[in-house]
Design a protein around this ligand. Structure first.
Ligand SMILES: Nc1nc2c(c(=O)[nH]1)N[C@H]1C(S)=C(S)[C@@H](COP(=O)(O)OP(=O)(O)OC[C@H]3O[C@@H](n4cnc5c(=O)[nH]c(N)nc54)[C@H](O)[C@@H]3O)O[C@H]1N2
Ligand SMILES: Nc1nc2c(c(=O)[nH]1)N[C@H]1C(S)=C(S)[C@@H](COP(=O)(O)OP(=O)(O)OC[C@H]3O[C@@H](n4cnc5c(=O)[nH]c(N)nc54)[C@H](O)[C@@H]3O)O[C@H]1N2
Ligand code: SF4
Ligand SMILES: [Mo]
Length: 756
C-alpha cells in the first residue's frame, strides 16, 4: 500500500516542497508539491531522486565504535559511552580549546543542525570552531557585520520584482541558488527577461546561467572586487549615485568616494580583462534601471578579495538606492527570527576577538578558518594545546577543505574523534565513534537558516514522512545525547538541571533547559510580547510532540509573526503551522531599515575601518601580473558537494570530474580532449581527463570539488567506481581572504601538463 507524504527538500538551498510516495518505509517517488506556498510544484532532478538519496544502501544503520583499531557496529549506549570516555578526559587534561568542532554544510539543511550545535559549543566552551562557512560565505557575513552590525543580515535580491540583475560568480542554473533561497531560480531569471528586465552575468565560464543572460562578462578570476570598485567609482564620479530613501541611514559617503578614487575603469581594465568602456556602461545601466539588484556568490566570496567584493556588492546596491526597496535587495524577515527590537545603535561587529594558535588567524563570527584545521591539530606551539579531540557534524573536510592529504593524516593522529554522519566516508573513516542520523524521510524539517535568505517571506514545517525505523535515533536526539555525553552543560543553572550533564540523562532535558533560558530572557525583555510573564507558565503552554517541536513552537510564538503566547491571537504557532501542511505565505519582502541595523552608530557604516584597512591590498592587485593559468570550480545540477556521488541516479552523463580547458590553452599545452592531464598546485597534483571547451575563458581551467573517493576504509560502493580526484589537494591552505579567513578556492595558480 503506498501513500503520499509532504517533505521539504533538504538537498539544496531552494527548499522546494515535495510530495513523496511512500511504500512502507521506502520512498518510491517524489514530485513537486503544487500546493506548496513557496515552491508551487517546482522540482529539480535531485529532488526527483529524493527516494534514491534517502534509500542509499550504503547509509549507516547503526552507530560504529572503534575497537582494536577497527570500526564495528555498536549500540547507541555503547557509542555514547565511548563519546564520554573519549572527550571528557581530553577536556580535563588539556582544556576546552583542545576539543575542536567542525560543522559542515548539511547542518543548515537539518533541524538538528540549527538547534543543537549552538548548545554544544556553549557547553564545550571551545574556541576551536571550524565550519564550511570559511569555504563559502564567510566574506558575506563579515561584510554584513561591518556594514549593518549583524553578520546574519544578508540582503537578498528581489528576483520576482527586479528590473535588472547583476549576477556575479553564481551559477543558479546548476546550484539552484545560494544566499538567495528561491525555488525555480532558473524560471525566475527567465521571467525577469520576459518582463523586459536585464540579466548580466559575470563569470569566467560561459555557464548555463550566462547563456541565459543579456550580457556575459568573462572576467579574470579573482578580480571582481576591482570590477565592482570601478563601478562604484563611476557612480560617484559621474554623479550617478542616488541613495534615495537610504540617505538618512547611511554614513561614510565622502570617505567612500575617496576610497574608490584610484579604481577608475581604465585603472582596473587590465587586471579584470574587461574593457573600461564596458565597465562604465555596466555602472550607468545599473544606475538607470528603475530597480536593480547586484548579487554575488561563490565566485565572489572564495577569492583573495572575497570580503571586499562582498562589501562592494552591497555598496553598489546602496549607491543606487536599491538596498531595502522592492525590486532591489532586501532583508527577509523569517518567522523564527527574534521579535524585531526598535531601531537604534547596537553593539556592532568585532573581528579578531581571538586568534588561531598556529598562524594567528583572527576569528570571524566565532570561527577560525577551516583551512587552518590541519595545522591546529598537527602543529605544537608554545601558545597552547593542539586540538586532540574533534566533534565533526555533517562535514567532510578531507574533500571540501584545502590539502585533504594533510588533514587526513592529522585526523588520524587525534586522541578521539566523533562524526555525526550517515556515511563512512573520507572524513568519518577517522572517527572513533560514528553516529548515523536517519535518512531525511525519517526526519522533520523546517528551514531555520534559509527562510532568513528567502525571496519571499513564508513558513513551512514538515513532520517526518516516514516513522523512525527500529534501531534509528532522530538526529535531534543524537545531538542532544552527544551534548550530555561530552559535557556538563547546564549543571550550575538550576536544581532541575542536576540530572543534566550526567551522561545518559533524558535528552529532552536539553530542550527543556534551552526553553527555560529563552523564555526567561524573553520575559525579562521589555520589547518581547511576553514581557513580564511567568516563564514556567509560558513553557507549559508550548505544544509539540517532542523537544525540537516545542522549541520550534516557542520560536514561532516569540517571533515577528508569532501569537506572543496569546498577546496576538491571530499570530503563528506550531499548531497553526501544522494546520497548513503546504506552508503559510507571509508576503513579499518589505523594506525594514533602519530596524535591522546593529552598528554602533545605528546607521549603515559604508566604509568600515577593517574594509578601509584592506583596500591597499586591492590597490596592489591593480599592478600584479596575472598568473598564466588559474583554476576555478564548478557545480553540477545533479550533485551536492562531496556526498551525492554514491547515488547512481545522480552520477554519470555530464556530471564528471574533468578538467575544463579552453581550446587555445589545450593546443598550446598539447592537451587532447579526453586525454589525462596533470594539474599541479601549491598543495599537490592530481590527474584527470581533459574536457576541451570554449565555455571557459582562455587562461582558466575548471575542476569540480567533492570528488576523490578512492581512499581506503570508506563505505561508498558506487562513488568508488568513478572516484574522480580531489581538487582541493591542489591547495596548501595558505591562501585566505584575510578579513574573513575564507579559503581561496577560485583563481588559484596551477600548471598543466599532459599525463602520459
Ligand atoms: N574547491 C572547492 N571546494 C569547495 C567548494 C568549492 O566551490 N570549490 N565549495 C565549498 C562549499 S560552498 C561548501 S558548503 C563546502 C561543504 O563542505 P562540507 O560540509 O564539509 O561537505 P559536504 O560534502 O557538504 O559534506 C557534508 C557531510 O555531511 C554528511 N551528511 C549528509 N546529510 C547529512 C545529515 O542529514 N546529517 C548529518 N549529520 N550529516 C549529513 C555527508 O555524508 C558528508 O559527510 O565545500 C566547500 N569546498
Ligand atoms: N547541484 C548543486 N547545487 C548546489 C551545490 C552543489 O554542489 N551542487 N552546492 C550548494 C552550495 S554548498 C553552495 S555554497 C551553492 C553555491 O552556489 P553558486 O555560487 O551558484 O555555485 P557555483 O555553481 O559554484 O557558481 C560559482 C560560479 O562562480 C564562477 N567563478 C569562479 N571564480 C570566479 C571569479 O573569480 N569571479 C566570478 N565572477 N566568477 C567566478 C564559477 O565559474 C561558477 O560558475 O550551491 C549549492 N547548490
Ligand atoms: S531545487 Fe533544490 S530544494 Fe528544489 S528539488 Fe532540487 S535539490 Fe531539492
Ligand atoms: Mo556552500
Amino acid at each position: 500500500m503506498s501513500r503520499t507524504a509532504l517533505r521539504i527538500c533538504p538537498l539544496c538551498e531552494a527548499t522546494c516542497g515535495l510530495t513523496l510516495t511512500v511504500d512502507g518505509t521506502r520512498v518510491t517517488g517524489a514530485r513537486g508539491d503544487r500546493d506548496d506556498v513557496f515552491s508551487k510544484g517546482f522540482i529539480c532532478p535531485k529532488g526527483a531522486s529524493f527516494g534514491a538519496v534517502d534509500g542509499d544502501p550504503d547509509r549507516l544503520r547503526t552507530p560504529l565504535v572503534r575497537r582494536d583499531g577497527e570500526l564495528r557496529e555498536a549500540t547507541w549506549e555503547e557509542a555514547f559511552d565511548a563519546v564520554a570516555a573519549g572527550i571528557r578526559p581530553v577536556v580535563e587534561r588539556y582544556g576546552p580549546h583542545s576539543v575542536g568542532v567542525v560543522l559542515g554544510n548539511p547542518n543548515v539543511h537539518t533541524m538538528a543542525g540549527a538547534l543543537y550545535p549552538p548548545v554544544l559549543l556553549a557547553a564545550l566552551g571551545t574556541r576551536s570552531l571550524f565550519t564550511a562557512s570559511t569555504l563559502d560565505q564567510m566574506p558575506k557575513h563579515v561584510s554584513s557585520g561591518l556594514l549593518y552590525g549583524d553578520a546574519n543580515a544578508i540582503p537578498v535580491p528581489d528576483l520576482d520584482r527586479t528590473d535588472h540583475l547583476l549576477l556575479i560568480g553564481a551559477n543558479p542554473l546548476e546550484s539552484n541558488g545560494s544566499l538567495c533561497t528561491a525555488p525555480d531560480f532558473p524560471g525566475k531569471l527567465k521571467a525577469l527577461r520576459a518582463r523586459g528586465g536585464t540579466l548580466t552575468v559575470v563569470d569566467p565560464r560561459r555557464t548555463r546561467t550566462a547563456r541565459l543572460a543579456d550580457r556575459h562578462i568573462a572576467v579574470r578570476p579573482g578580480s571582481d572586487a576591482l570590477l565592482l570598485a570601478a563601478m562604484a567609482h563611476v557612480l560617484l564620479e559621474e554623479g550617478l549615485a542616488d541613495l534615495k530613501d537610504l540617505a538618512p541611514h547611511v554614513e561614510g559617503l565622502p570617505e567612500l568616494r575617496e576610497a574608490v578614487r584610484d579604481f577608475a575603469p581604465e585603472a582596473v581594465a587590465r587586471a579584470c580583462d574587461v574593457d573600461a568602456a564596458l565597465i562604465r556602461t555596466l555602472a550607468r545601466e545599473l544606475a538607470a534601471a528603475p530597480t536593480a539588484a547586484v548579487y554575488g556568490r561563490i565566485g565572489s566570496c572564495t577569492v583573495p578579495h572575497g570580503t571586499l567584493a562582498s562589501w562592494l556588492v552591497d555598496v553598489l546596491n546602496i549607491l543606487t538606492g536599491n538596498l531595502d526597496r522592492p525590486g532591489g535587495a532586501l532583508f527577509p524577515q523569517a518567522a523564527t527570527d527574534r521579535t524585531p527590537r526598535p531601531a537604534g545603535p547596537g553593539r556592532g561587529f568585532a573581528l579578531g576577538r581571538w586568534r588561531s594558535r598556529v598562524a594567528g588567524h583572527p576569528e570571524a563570527k566565532g570561527e577560525l578558518p577551516i583551512s587552518a584545521l590541519a595545522e591546529e591539530i598537527d602543529t605544537a606551539t608554545d601558545e597552547g594545546e593542539p586540538i586532540r579531540a574533534l566533534v565533526c557534524v555533517a562535514a567532510n573536510p578531507v574533500l571540501s577543505a584545502p590539502d585533504g592529504d594533510r588533514l587526513d593524516k592529522a585526523l588520524g593522529s587525534l586522541d578521539f574523534m566523533v562524526s555525526v554522519d550517515p556515511y563512512l566516508n573520507e572524513t568519518s573513516r577517522h572517527a572513533h565513534v560514528v553516529l548515523p542520523p536517519p535518512p531525511p524521510a525519517q526526519s522533520p524539517h523546517h528551514d531555520f537558516a534559509f527562510n532568513t535568505l528567502a525571496v519571499r517571506n513564508q513558513v513551512r514545517y514538515t513532520r517526518p514522512a516516514v516513522p523512525l525505523e527500529p534501531g534509528r535515533m532522530a538526529e535531534t536526539e543524537i545531538l542532544a545525547r552527544l551534548i550530555l555525553a561530552a559535557t556538563d552543560w547546564g549543571l550550575p543553572c538550576s536544581s532541575e538541571a542536576e540530572s543534566l550533564g550526567k551522561h545518559g540523562a533524558d535528552p529532552a532535558a536539553v530542550d527543556a533547559m534551552v526553553i527555560e533560558q529563552s523564555l526567561g530572557k524573553a520575559a525579562a525583555d521589555p520589547h518581547s510580547p511576553v514581557h513580564g510573564r511567568d516563564p514556567r507558565d509560558l513553557a507549559a503552554r508550548l505544544t509539540g510532540a517532542d523537544g525540537p517541536e516545542r522549541r520550534l513552537d516557542m520560536m514561532l510564538r516569540l517571533g515577528p509573526y508569532g501569537d506572543g503566547f496569546g498577546a496576538r491571537p491571530d499570530g503563528l504557532s506550531l499548531e497553526k503551522l501544522l494546520a497548513h501542511p503546504h506552508g503559510i505565505d507571509l508576503g513579499p519582502l518589505r523594506p525594514r531599515l533602519p530596524q535591522p541595523l546593529r552598528t554602533r552608530s545605528g546607521r549603515i557604516e559604508l566604509l568600515p575601518a577593517p574594509i578601509a584597512g584592506d583596500l591597499p591590498r586591492l590597490r596592489e592587485a591593480l599592478h600584479a601580473s596575472p598568473a598564466a593559468l588559474v583554476l576555478v570550480g564548478r557545480r553540477h545540477l545533479r550533485s551536492n558537494n562531496s556526498w551525492m556521488h554514491n547515488v547512481p541516479a545522480l552520477t554519470g552523463g555530464s556530471n564528471r570530474c574533468t578538467v575544463h580547458i579552453h581550446p587555445d590553452d589545450a593546443g598550446r599545452l598539447g592537451i587532447a580532449d579526453g586525454a589525462p592531464v596533470r594539474v599541479k598546485g601549491a598543495g599537490g597534483e592530481v590527474t584527470a581527463p581533459a574536457e576541451v571547451t570554449d565555455g571557459i575563458r582562455p587562461g582558466v581551467v575548471s575542476l569540480p570539488h567533492g570528488w576523490g573517493h578512492d581512499r581506503p576504509g570508506t563505505r561508498l560502493a558506487h562513488a568508488a567506481t568513478d572516484p574522480g580526484v580531489n581538487v582541493n589537494q591542489l591547495l596548501d591552505g595558505s591562501l585566505l581572504d584575510p578579513l574573513s579567513g575564507n579559503a581561496v578556492l577560485n583563481g588559484v595558480p596551477v600548471e598543466l601538463t599532459p599525463a602520459g
